[in-house]
Design a binder for this molecule. Structure first.
Ligand code: MEV
Length: 412
């Protein structure tokens, strides 16, 4: 499905997406519109609003994740990213696509207790676990009705320059929500009870974005022959080993993963700062900042990629229910749960990483990148839509991609 998507006109692409996702005429109209929200909505979302700011929305094709086909909406300004994800997914499809899992959706809330005798406070808190959980769960009827909500209370002592501190943590099953609001509400709601139990003072009451109980992981196999043989597979593994053993490379390697993750997360209106912060902390979980992916060979010499990272996303509540474009993107994905969305987003991250290190370990990224960059330069120089491709191709052929050359070509 969706073969040669990139060669189609905008209308044909929207036709294909609409058919795939069974979009209503209204949803189709949203895609054809100016990008989703008007000023009135923007003004309700943030303070001091003066306008809106739109970004390109594209579709990554060829994704098969847990045996289901997806068209993945991606919001990103960087050329090459969507093409690279689609290319990687096409190769992964040969061996069945991406196999992903996301088992838990627990959010972690933290309450910082000061001025307290920690050794005495911990057993007191733990013996009041049921009371604390019951109180927390009064803060969300929705989660409680679904059998979700606050499930566990734990305590830890941390050392700080001001002395030891007690941190009480709530583990909350947030189901299909991202869960930041409910977590914060529960923390604030139980803090007075924790103060009463311990005799201490609750200072911060806030969720942790380090969502280690919302991990998503998965794998995909990339065919050796399709990649150009054993040498390319070996070079990609060497590229990964460079990243896994050098922070300077690992940051860039993981940035490439986040190109895919953040673009897919943006399209569905996720809190991308939360995803990004957790991902980088997870990359450093061993005490050293490392790659979020691992690359090895299977017994047939095919390349096998793995990814694992925290992924706190939601399909209910938040922007996904407000932003018309995010709603349409969720419909295009045909996702049924936050867990499924987490799997899709992480699969895109793995695909993105594959394409980046494959290009880096062979011809380099500039060749492909410059072709797309040339189109942007041509457009910026005033080329009309029917001039853009010819001018970009000429600049690439000459090896001279600049705004001045583009202007000359537009004028010629
Ligand atoms: C560019 O946005 C991302 C890459 O630098 C990632 C990487 O180096 O792996 C190509």
């Amino acid at each position: 499905m969706a073969s040669k998507f990139f060669e189609k006109s905008r209308k044909e692409r929207i036709d294909e997406v609409s058919k795939f996702a069974n979009l209503t005429p209204e949803e189709r109209q949203i895609l054809e519109g100016a990008g989703g929200i008007g000023f009135d909505q923007a003004d309700k979302m943030v303070e001091n609003a003066i306008g809106t700011f739109s970004f390109p929305l594209g579709i990554a094709t060829n994704f098969v994740i847990n045996n289901k086909e997806y068209l993945v909406p991606m919001v990103i300004e960087e050329p090459s990213v969507i093409a690279a994800a689609s290319k990687a997914a096409k190769i992964a499809k040969i061996h069945g696509g991406f196999r992903m899992q996301n088992e838990e959706s627990y959010s972690i809330g933290q309450i910082q207790i000061i001025n307290v005798n920690i050794k005495e406070a911990i057993p007191k808190i733990l013996s009041h676990t049921k009371e604390i959980l019951d109180l927390a769960n009064t803060k969300s009827n929705t989660l409680s009705k679904m059998g979700k909500g606050a499930k566990q209370v734990s305590c830890k002592e941390i050392t700080t320059p001001s002395g030891p501190m007690l941190i009480v943590e709530l583990l909350i099953d947030v189901g299909d929500a991202m869960g930041a609001n409910v977590t914060n509400t529960m923390c604030e709601g139980v803090a007075p009870l924790v103060e009463q139990i311990t005799g201490g003072k609750a200072l911060l009451r806030i969720l942790s974005n380090y969502s280690t109980r919302r991990l998503v992981s998965g794998t995909a196999t990339f065919d050796k022959e399709e990649l150009g043989g054993e040498q390319t597979v070996d070079n990609i593994i060497l590229a990964y080993q460079f990243a896994d053993n050098d922070e300077y490379r690992a940051v860039t390697h993981n940035k490439g993963i986040m190109n895919g993750i953040i673009a897919a997360a943006n399209a569905t209106g996720q809190d991308t700062r939360a995803i990004e912060a957790a991902a980088h902390a997870y990359a450093a979980k061993s005490g050293k900042y490392r790659s979020l992916t691992q690359w090895n060979k299977d017994k047939d010499g095919n390349l096998v990629g793995k990814i694992e990272l925290p992924m706190s996303v939601g399909v209910v509540g938040g922007i996904i229910n407000v932003h018309p474009m995010a709603k349409v993107c969720a419909k295009i994905l045909q996702i049924k749960s936050a867990s499924e969305l987490a799997c899709v987003i992480a699969a895109v991250g793995l695909a993105q990483n594959f394409s980046a290190i494959r290009a880096l370990a062979s011809e380099g990224i500039q060749k492909g990148h410059m072709k797309l960059h040339a189109r942007n330069i041509a457009a910026a120089a005033g080329a009309t839509p029917d001039q853009i491709d010819a001018i970009a191709a000429k600049m690439v052929q000459e090896g001279k991609i600049s705004i001045n050359r583009a202007r000359e070509l537009v004028g010629s």
